[in-house]
Write a protein that binds this ligand. Sequence first.
Ligand code: PMP
Length: 448
Amino acid sequence: MTQVFHRHCHSDLPFATRGEGAYIYDQSGKAYLDASGGAAVSCLGHNHAGVRAALHAQIDQLAYAHSSFFTTEVAENLASRLTDKAPGSLNHVYFVSGGSEAVESALKLARQYFVETGEPQRTRFIARRQSYHGNTLGALAVGGNAWRRAPFSPLLMPAEHIAPCYPYRDQQPDESLHDYGQRVANELEQRLLTVGPETVIAFIAEPVVGATAGALAPVEGYYKRIREICDRYGILLILDEVMCGMGRTGTLFAHEQDGIEADLVTIAKGLGAGYQPIGAMLASDRIYDAISEGSGFFQHGHTYMAHATAMAGSLAVMDAFEKDGVLARVAPMGEALDQRLRNRFGDHPHVGDIRGRGLFQALELVHNRDSKKPFDSRSKLDKRIKAEAMQLGLMCYPMAGTIDGQRGHHILLAPPFIINEEQLDELTDKLYQAVDKITREALKEYPD
Ligand code: PMP
């Protein structure tokens, strides 16, 4: 067992003892540049004065009041701040404690919507391969990550999976990016027609894919076509912005950049910036009104919903985004990071693709750049690069995805929005050392 269990684990992980800005320090005082925000969480860096002050003030006044007895000013204010900015009619917010809870809430609300509007035969979800929507059973069931699903598959509700929008892997040589995007979006329509569109509740996808495919942004027009298909067959569109939302791609909601409106949106990670566990589901007027006029009650709930301290922390995060101009840094700093990655890794023999949006970027690692063949899964590139980077004082987020049944590898970068140019240099230098060393070693071990 590794880091997951505490107390009786035999972990060799360092102890994190304090954080400051873009760095976390361990018990020996060694600094680690947080180039992944943990798992795309710490968007304001560590020890943020404004968030700390807001948390202290809230705890001094009232830490928690159960959401079935009270609402709080902080919860109402946070909900307004989010809905004012959200595209379309996402005017209703349901606060939970994390990403999986937000996704579970969205799946259940979508199902309840159809039960209450007289279409109880709708029982299926469609999602994409190489996707991750959380580790609870419902969220895992819609996720398309074969490895995570495998041990639990007999327990998972059935879900359908179509191709992700992954031009580096799937675009045909004679196909424009636009045509490619339309082709893969049309898989949704084909699948709906195969399973019977009247049996489907919703399509769920991450606007910019994070953990399972590495900062994979959709091609232009892809989501517009997805939205058209959802509308044509009366199914709901759930956008999972747990990782890519809250400013990570340069706009508060990632799908603002795709010019579409969703029925349900999930957010988490950057919403609390790591200061408190929090997640949220935003619902459109159509969904909310139907249930208000029906049973009047969403049949769901968790103990720590709309936790007052978490609400206060997230309001301070929104203040930092807006009043301190932190959100406005994401696009230019994202470009600065992209430039550095291209300069440094553009010719690296094992970096097949450099991609992303805003401060959400990734490198895809390949054994061979021409054939795009991934490294042998036994190379364990992800674990080794992570360990090597930690040795060098860098936190990055390497992952093994699945490409045609083989494990591919990518490294996700999601640094805090407060990162500066000098720290971007440090990030790129250390990342280069780790990637170059480990891919060279792996090539010797697995030459074919
Ligand atoms: N959805 C997405 C897109 C995620 O990236 C994650 C977490 N990596 C989740 C859902 C689940 O969130 P949590 O770990 O907070 O339950």
